[in-house]
Design a protein around this ligand. Structure first.
Ligand code: ADP
Length: 432
């Protein structure tokens, strides 16, 4: 039934009852009594209505559906409709709160920073990534002007000038960020920050690598081209000169081949597609072979010894051989004649350890942390003289990363160097 109709019917019923009672009283006890009864009934009715209004006003001060008063007559309908409205409102509110919590969580998981600013650039909200990127603290900085919080001049200019068509590249707190402002409703602005530090670093490394590799390959190519031009211009060159040129060209060709092979090894080691093959490595056999190869390279000019007292390990035999062989070969190449090279294999509480120690030219401290960078050499000419590609220790580093092992370098100029490879305990092959 329509609510208005209910209201009018219940009011009419009440008035009819009062009038009927008053008429009966007037009939039996006189007109004055009837009128008095009608007046008193009307007053009671008004007081009751006022009481309901008072209850309603109390409830509106603190609208909680559990405290909604009961009613009578038309009030029953009013209170039940208010109850439904309130319940619907509470449901909407809890849905909204749930949705907001989910939205906040999603915002915290975003890889980019988000800042919401009002029409005058005051901070309204930001996610934790934006706090990290821009050095903000929402609980402390909320309601403050963003240009007072991020004090980089190019950022302030970008925000104040409002030329948001192109994003801003900003260097801030040792990070490189792309900052983008997107205007949205009520002249508010969303500021998005995207961290490109890592991708920039990788790009730079790639550019450096290509530049270095091209440079390394250009030198032998120039030498070979030079000799070929001479040969073309002097067809009747003396045989001894020609054969010495050919020998030099072969050397340069071999140098290019070593470089390309090392670059391919590095790129294979870096590729996540190539998983480490966990073979049982016979360490004694492997280290003996490596020392024999080192003897051949040294041609008897060094004293090379192997001190073996450790377990076999699991890992990629080719990769571990190449890493340790690189260290031993370096020891031979950077140790003058009559020098001493020791290869030690032992077990330690942390796990098996390989030490390659020499009493050669040594390395000064400032170079040590950079030795595993590609093409990093302390002495370029010595490295080339001894057929170095500058990639040996970079290969060692990548092999060790793939085997959860660590490289420790200790060295003193003119005293010697010690390269230690620490394998984890779990690499040990347990006796079956
Ligand atoms: P390279 O092919 O030039 O030897 P590596 O990556 O193997 O390249 O080594 C990087 C640099 O580290 C070398 O150029 C050399 O200066 C230095 N180095 C490596 N091993 C030794 C060593 N045992 N003694 C002295 N210097 C070394």
């Amino acid at each position: 039934m329509r609510p208005h109709l209910v209201f009018w019917i219940s009011a009419a019923v009440r008035m009819t009852i009062i009038l009927a009672m008053s008429a009966v009283a007037a009939y039996f006890f006189g007109v004055v009594t009837g009128l008095a009864l009608a007046l008193i009934s009307m007053i009671v009715l008004i007081v009751v209505q006022l009481q309901y209004l008072l209850n309603l006003s109390d409830w509106l001060d603190n609208p909680n559906s559990a405290r909604l008063p009961d009613g009578w007559g038309a009030w029953t309908e009013i209170f039940s409709r208010l109850y439904k409205l309130r319940r619907g409102d509470e449901k909407n509110q809890s849905e909204l709160a749930e949705w907001l919590a989910r939205f906040r969580q999603a915002m915290t998981l975003l890889p980019d920073g988000l800042v919401i600013m009002d029409d005058v650039m005051f901070l309204e909200w930001c996610n934790p990534i934006a706090e990290h990127h821009l050095g903000l603290d929402l609980s402390r900085d909320k309601g403050m002007r963003v240009t007072n919080l991020v004090r980089a001049p190019e950022f302030i200019d970008y925000i104040i000038l409002g030329r948001y068509d192109t994003p801003l590249t900003l260097s801030l707190r040792d990070r490189k960020l792309i900052v983008h402002v997107i205007p949205f409703e009520n002249r508010r602005q969303i500021l998005v920050t995207h961290d490109i530090t890592e991708s920039e670093r990788i790009d730079m490394m790639r550019r450096d690598f290509i530049a270095n590799a091209s440079h390394e390959l250009r030198t032998p190519l120039t030498v070979i081209n030079g000799f070929l031009e001479i040969a073309a211009m002097q067809p009747d060159m003396e045989v001894s000169i020609r054969s010495s040129h050919v020998k030099l060209m072969i050397e340069q060709g071999e140098r290019m081949q070593r470089l390309v092979e090392d670059m391919l090894t590095l790129s294979r080691l870096e590729s996540t597609e190539f998983k480490v093959r966990a073979e049982h490595i016979d360490m004694h056999l492997m280290l003996r072979h490596i020392c024999q190869e080192a003897q051949a390279l040294s041609a008897g000019k060094h004293q090379i010894s192997l001190d073996f007292d450790g377990p076999d390990i699991h890992g990629s035999s080719d990769e571990i051989r190449s890493a340790i062989s690189n260290l031993v070969t370096n020891a031979v190449r950077y140790t003058p004649e009559h020098g001493e090279i020791k290869v030690i294999w032992k077990n330690t509480p942390q796990g098996p350890k390989c030490v390659v120690q020499d009493n050669g030219i040594g390395i000064s401290q400032e170079h040590i942390s950079r030795l595993t960078e590609r093409f990093y050499r302390v002495d370029k000419s010595r490295s080339r003289e001894t057929q170095g590609t500058g990639l040996g220790l970079a290969i060692v580093k990548h092999v060790l990363i793939r085997h959860d092992a660590q490289l420790l370098i200790e060295s003193t100029v003119n005293v010697g160097s010690k390269f230690c490879v620490q394998f984890p305990q779990r690499a040990v092959v347990l006796p079956s």
